[in-house]
Design a protein around this ligand. Structure first.
Ligand SMILES: [Mn+2]
Length: 470
């Protein structure tokens, strides 16, 4: 692998980009998740600085249908951020008459170079982009080379990386390099702290209840146990009528809490693995949700899942009105989760249950963008037998059905490959699949739902059987 080669790719893209006439309308397409929103915000910033005109779409999946739509448009220049590499061969063919830029970190459909595509992706030079750098990071490397004034925006690339969970074993060199730049410009600070989610925003007992990494034995997964735990430590969960967050605690209370979390974890491999790097935006003064980079990434994911990507982009561009809307979106997203779980509890009799699988077809009762979140929460809830496959489905507007596959467990075992399984099912029915070993999904034509369910039963029960034997 070669970092120098990666930078050459970036430089080449800058040279090509400068050839775009400033009067041309640039077509921009990005991915509908936190990383995609951060990536496109960086690109928009660069275009705005240039006073260029652009047309924007945020999509869940780039496929032939979208490419054919783009082919029909008059725009001569197309930019893809956080997507494109997986279909680069199709882009070359369908958008053959356009000049295309791809800034991505997903795996390549093909290593080939195409004359109409400027393709910046670390995989092209042997760097594992899926782990090393986000789509926002790749876009950032380009943007800062193109316009050095934008170098301080490094923090957006880190929020994108956090959204894609690239920090789980610490950042790798390219993300580290970007983080360093954010620190130099004072747009991000790394602090050591209790690694749990919702430090500024979640009631402390809720943060403890949902804390599964680090896992707190006897507390994680139970609201009443979390409240009891706090009361035993003499930490009042409420101040007057308001629930307290971790950031409301006194220094003394924080220390006590940390100590007792470690004590609870005395049987775990690394009991004190509760401290870690916290990424803070020191200049942020608007809403607490944007102060912590991880929470910022959750806000952006919420905007994406509620089809309000533009609100997320506005928040990334630091627009106070959009920031307020983004916080509202987060609250709405939490309500959607509650609704989805409520639907799940009330419709148990409609589910298909097998030896070690559960198939939930929500049809139009749950938003297609929420079905994966619902399955993830069930997977971590502890209420299903360990290693049960959870396949959830919900319909989109365009006669397609979104499918998510998860496995019930606190820590997924090594041999599980959910992406492989869903690919097997999809290959028998038709549709598109994506994802990785611990979380995978697919989009299938709604008319194939029944066929898909039949094949899923066969594949999942076989997988369960194979695991028993091995
Ligand atoms: Mn990404």
């Amino acid at each position: 692998m070669s970092y120098a080669q990666f930078k050459d790719l970036v430089k080449e893209a800058v040279d090509e980009f400068r050839k775009i006439p400033k009067t041309a309308t640039v077509r921009v397409v990005s991915h509908l998740d936190c990383d995609g929103i951060c990536a496109v915000s960086l690109m928009i910033k660069a275009l705005m600085e240039d006073h260029r005109v652009y047309a924007l779409s945020i999509i869940q999946q780039l496929n032939l249908e979208v490419l054919h739509e783009l082919a029909k448009e008059e725009h001569e220049y197309v930019i893809f951020t956080d997507l494109g590499s997986g279909v680069v061969d199709q882009i070359a063919r369908v958008l053959v008459h356009k000049k295309v830029f791809v800034f991505d970190h997903h795996e390549l459909a093909s290593p080939a170079a195409y004359p109409n595509i400027v393709h910046v992706n670390p995989h092209r030079v042997g760097i594992n982009g899926s782990k090393e750098i986000s789509g926002a990071g790749v876009t950032y490397m380009f943007v800062k080379e193109y316009n050095p004034k934008l170098e301080p925006l490094a923090y957006l690339a880190i929020i994108g990386a956090l959204g894609d969970i690239q920090d789980s074993e610490g950042f790798l060199p390219l993300n580290q390099e970007i983080l360093k730049l954010a620190e130099i410009h004072g747009t991000m600070e790394v602090r050591k702290g209790l690694r749990f989610f919702g430090v500024h925003t979640r009631p402390i007992h809720k943060a403890l209840e949902y804390c599964n990494d680090p896992f707190i034995p006897g507390v994680t997964g139970s609201e009443s146990a979390a409240i009891q735990f706090l009361q035993d430590l003499n930490i009042p969960p409420k101040q007057g009528k308001e629930w307290r967050t971790f950031s409301d605690l006194t220094e003394d209370e924080r220390k006590r809490l940390a100590l007792h979390i470690i004590m609870r974890r005395h049987k775990e491999k690394l009991p004190d693995d509760v401290f870690g790097d916290i990424y803070v935006l020191p200049q942020e003064t608007t809403y607490p949700q944007f102060k912590d980079a991880k929470e910022f990434s959750t806000v952006l994911n919420a905007c994406g899942r509620l089809q309000k990507a533009s609100v997320g982009i506005g928040a990334c561009l630091n627009d106070p009105v959009f920031k307020k809307k983004a916080v509202t979106a987060l609250l709405q997203y939490r309500r959607e989760i509650v609704d989805a779980l409520k639907w799940y509890r009330e419709n148990q009799n409609t589910f298909i249950r097998g030896e070690r699988y559960l198939i939930i077809n929500a049809e139009s009762n749950v938003l297609p963008t929420m079905i994966g979140t619902m399955a993830s929460i069930l997977a971590k809830s502890g209420e299903l037998p360990e290693y049960t496959y959870i396949l959830s489905m919900a319909r989109s507007a365009n006669k397609s059905t979104k499918v998510s596959l998860r496995i019930a467990c606190m820590q997924a075992p090594e041999h599980v490959d959910l992406h492989g399984l869903i690919m097997r099912i999809v290959s028998r029915v038709g549709g598109e699949s994506g994802g990785h070993a611990n979380a995978a999904g697919a989009i299938i034509p709604t008319e194939f739902e029944q066929k898909f369910i039949e094949q899923a039963k066969a594949v999942l029960s076989q997988a369960a059987l194979e695991e028993q034997i091995s």
